[in-house]
Design a protein around this ligand. Structure first.
Ligand code: NDP
Length: 331
């Protein structure tokens, strides 16, 4: 039998956490033959609720779940973890300035980075979900210098899956037959959902999405804004932010990273930029990636037209500005 993998979820008593931990315990994240030990961290005001989640995990009697650590102690939470999913963060409350929210999250991610750096397993893989996700991941990278930068990522898979979903609804095809959309840039409304290389599997082979949709105005307009603003639409409908889809896409992100992407298929991940596609190096930016043997690589040499170029640059500019704001909170 396989050794259990230790998976940390921070903010585990929150809504995404509540949807995510049962998925992990069922094998959705790491596969149906991989035992797991869940490490759940939350802050003291949420300790009782966190203990309730632990009780439910015990009551669900998940065969793959070999242990549960529920704690408000960041060192205990981080000790020995192989995978860290960072969902906890300070929410933007009414009347708060962007700088105040950034400053709160910078201090949270700085402290958690140090704990992971000292106590996580060697080669721990990190996924940041909490907003501002790209910049929180960048701070985590800065303060965990012994964790390889390739191991620190942020979630844009939900946006990627939303784009697949919109194409599938529009064409009335199975979502599993649509592939190779791209989310470029920031997990914010400046992100660029790009269908220029996306295809659909049809009885007569793979066809470009643009050829099938036959409506560039929709693809360059409403499609993009629908994906960008889907989070807000869900808050409006549910009076709560998206949680099951965020949790599901976090599982997709880790599963594909660890177990690999299928030949000819890429996914979107926020990763440390090496300057590919003339995106400034040193930002955590969402790119198309292939995964093999537990490592991602940016898909190279995709054509970028003038319309796309502007959008790639605009979301990079927003990230550079966030980075500067985050650094100003450190001093
Ligand atoms: P959620 O579980 O709904 O969201 C958690 C984080 O994920 C938020 O930052 C949220 O950003 C972000 N997020 C990223 N992508 C998405 C998406 N597509 N849809 C929704 N959210 C997304 O929040 P809760 O308030 O229910 O839970 C947060 C938990 O974190 C609580 O248990 C709380 O106690 C804990 N916490 C921990 C802190 C710490 O570690 N020091 C500090 C503060 C809270 P957004 O806010 O933009 O929706």
């Amino acid at each position: 039998a396989k050794e259990p993998v230790r998976v940390l979820v921070t903010g585990a008593a929150g809504q995404i956490g509540y949807a995510l931990v049962p998925m992990i315990a069922r094998g959705v994240m790491l596969g149906p033959d991989q035992p797991v030990i869940l490490h759940m961290l939350d802050i003291p005001p949420a300790a009782e609720a966190l203990n309730g989640v632990k009780m439910e995990l015990i009551d669900a009697a998940f065969p793959l779940l070999k242990g549960v650590v529920a704690t408000t102690d960041v060192v205990e939470a981080c000790t020995g973890v192989n995978i860290a999913v960072m969902v906890g963060g300070f929410p933007r409350k009414e009347g708060m300035e962007r700088k105040d929210v950034m400053s709160k999250n910078v201090s949270i991610y700085k402290a958690q980075a140090s704990a992971l750096e000292k106590h996580a397993a060697a080669n721990c893989k990190v996924l940041v979900v909490a907003n501002p996700a790209n910049t929180n991941a960048l701070i985590l990278k800065e303060f965990a210098p012994s964790i390889p930068e390739k191991n620190i990522t942020c979630l844009t898979r939900l946006d990627h899956n939303r784009a697949l979903g919109q194409v599938s609804e529009r064409l009335n095809v199975q979502v599993s037959d649509v592939k190779n959309v791209i989310i470029w840039g920031n997990h914010s409304s400046s992100q660029y959902p790009d269908v220029n290389h996306a295809t659909v599997k049809t009885p007569s082979g793979e066809k470009p999405v643009r050829e099938l949709v036959k409506d560039d105005a929709w693809l360059n307009g409403e499609f993009i804004t629908t994906v960008q603003q889907r989070g807000a639409a869900i808050i409006k409908a549910r009076k709560l932010s998206s949680a099951l889809s965020a949790a599901s896409s976090a599982c997709d992100h880790i599963r594909d990273w660890v177990l690999g992407t299928p030949e000819g298929t890429w996914v979107s991940m926020g990763v440390y930029s090496d300057g590919s596609y003339n995106v400034p190096a040193g930002l955590i930016y969402s790119f198309p990636v292939n995964c093999r043997n537990g490592e991602w690589t940016i898909v190279q040499e995709l054509g970028i037209d003038a319309f796309s170029r502007k959008k790639l640059d605009a979301t990079a500019a927003e990230l550079s500005e966030e980075k500067a704001l985050a650094y100003s909170c450190l001093s």
